[in-house]
Design a protein around this ligand. Structure first.
Ligand SMILES: NC(=O)c1ccc[n+]([C@@H]2O[C@H](COP(=O)([O-])OP(=O)(O)OC[C@H]3O[C@@H](n4cnc5c(N)ncnc54)[C@H](OP(=O)(O)O)[C@@H]3O)[C@@H](O)[C@H]2O)c1
Length: 319
């Protein structure tokens, strides 16, 4: 019986590996629109898909991002200025893309642009902090997708949404997990809506990787800024050394978890865009696979105990 199960498991993985090898043909006629290409995963993906022969349309937030990207890519790559929370910017980009792709339609959009700060205990934040992040990470994803969906339907193409493993388990204060849960929900609804049109909707759920969204210096500067604005009563609850204790924990634990190999994520993105049989979900990163995802399936009392064990407690904590 044991050997039978091992045999079946091995067969399943070999079959899946073989099935997932195939790539779509005619890459040089396929247009891929990526948001947030100035830095991080988006920037690497734009270069990677350009090298693979796709026609990349790279949405960049800054002019510097556009210039730098053009320098190291082929003439086939097009850049456009894109702010995913500005409706006129989204519309202008969609019109340029429509002209560029013509009758072929758009093969894929990769909703990658995102922000992660301020991340802090929720009682340190104001509603505007939540709204701003929700606008970029969630409304931005929906708005960009809707702006090009008719072109994707025309190509029977793909929508690739970059969520996070924190769209499966919520451990942080602030809006980040809220936005990523939202992206997961949008992704799943859209996948079922678009299936009849031959459009595939795929989700990337990375663990912790070393990019600007996980930069501890930026995290600390936001914490300091928020601390200055807190009422004395809340400062007394957390204790004057709260930020120091938090940053010590960040250095000792969180920074050690950061994976510097961004290609793990970019390879999943490439597979979602280019494979004949892409996966519905990708969870790059050892922490995503072995900690966060399993934890998300545990009963709440177990996941709470795991998360609370390491969290930096306020001075008045009763735990
Ligand atoms: N790194 C991780 O561990 C991790 C884990 C899970 C999920 N993710 C997700 O992966 C995606 C890419 O993040 P990353 O890690 O590669 O970090 P990143 O280097 O900061 O990339 C995010 C990109 O989005 C751009 N951006 C920010 N606001 C924008 C706006 N309003 N309009 C258009 N572009 C905007 C940023 O431009 P500027 O740099 O000019 O601000 C940046 O180029 C994000 O959705 C993030 O949530 C990251």
């Amino acid at each position: 019986m044991f050997l039978y199960i091992v045999g079946l498991t091995v067969f399943f993985y070999v079959y899946r590996w073989f099935r997932e090898l195939g790539r779509v043909p005619n890459k040089s006629e396929k247009f891929v629109y990526i948001t947030g290409c100035d830095t991080g995963f988006g920037n690497l993906l734009a270069k990677h898909l350009d090298a693979k022969g796709f026609c990349v349309i790279a949405g960049c937030y800054t002019e510097k991002g556009e210039v730098e990207l053009k320098k190291c890519c082929s003439d086939k790559l097009t850049t456009l200025h894109l702010d995913v929370i500005d409706n006129s910017s989204i519309k202008k980009a969609a019109e340029s893309i429509k002209t560029l792709v013509g009758e072929r339609g758009l093969w894929a959009v990769v909703n990658n642009a995102g922000v992660s700060f301020p991340t802090a205990p929720s009682d340190w934040l104001e509603i505007e902090d939540f709204k701003q992040m929700i606008n970029v990470n969630l409304i931005g994803v929906v708005a960009i997708t809707l702006s090009v969906l008719p072109l994707i339907k025309k190509a029977k193409g793909r929508v690739v949404n970059v969520a996070s493993v924190f769209g499966r388990i919520s451990t942080l204060g602030g809006a980040y997990c809220i936005t990523k849960y939202g992206v997961e929900a949008f992704n799943d609804g859209l996948r079922r809506n678009m299936a009849p049109f031959g459009v595939k909707v795929l989700c990337i759920e990375p663990g912790f990787f070393k990019t600007s969204v996980t930069d501890s210096t930026v995290f600390e500067s936001h914490l300091q800024r928020l601390w200055e604005k807190l009422p004395q009563e809340v400062k007394d609850e957390y204790g004057s050394d709260f930020i120091d204790r938090t940053m010590l924990a960040v250095k000792e634990k969180f920074e050690k978890m950061l994976d510097p190999d961004l290609m793990k994520v970019v390879s999943c993105m490439e597979h979602a865009v280019a494979a004949v049989h892409p996966r519905t979900r990708y969870s790059p990163g050892w922490d995503a696979k072995f900690i966060w995802l399993p934890l998300s399936y545990m009963p709440t009392f177990i996941s709470d105990a795991f998360v609370l064990k390491d969290v930096v407690k306020p001075k008045v904590s009763v735990l």
